[in-house]
Ligand binder design. Sequence first.
Ligand code: DER
Length: 233
Amino acid sequence: SNLEEAKKLAAYAAIDNHVQSGNVVGIGSGSTVVYAVERLAQRVQTEKLKISCVPTSFQARQLIIKHNLKLSDLDITPSLNVCIDGADEVDSNLNLIKGGGGCLLQEKIVASCAKQLIIIADFTKNSCKLGDQYKKGIPIEVVPTAYVPIKRKLESRFTGEIDLRMAINKAGPVVTDNGNFILDWKNFDQTLNWENVNQQLISIPGVLCTGLFVNMAKKAYYGMADGLVKVQE
Ligand code: DER
């Protein structure tokens, strides 16, 4: 599909522009980063690229191992040159909604340890305001024992709906790689100040992380339907 082709275009462009030998690379989660890992593996073969890769999820770890890339972690390499990751939506200020795949906590940690966070996405992720196109809500990772009081606090403070993310191939709620639950905040007010909102959310006891990545991304690469790549910075 030209959506998959668009993801591949963005991924290849970002890897070719931002990864060089000697780099420690954060590997994001989701479907677009699959193409980024593919490109890294190609470059290791053709250019003898020397890199270490730090995963942001079990999925990313499996990808790194599958492609025989050098696996590292934050104990061994706590400072990364670059982190390549997808996003559910990007606004005109390069603020992101992430966590559609449920991997937001480790994604945010690894991104925070990298000198640059580079986003790769297809054109459908490119929005003016968060919520223009992405309707599944802002993910909030919470300690399972606290999800009801947190949900009620959020419902009293903000407009919109707060839903516990339920699993599809497992009975009950989604449990993240870190053993936590996810609340999805839908139909939020799109005019909110996301930096303030993020600070308010993480100040609630039991909230571990939000899918609001504010002032973190350095650039976003979008694969376009016409086969071109658009860069937002
Ligand atoms: O869950 C995540 O944060 C993923 O990176 C997601 O935002 C992007 O997933 P996709 O590349 O499959 O759209």
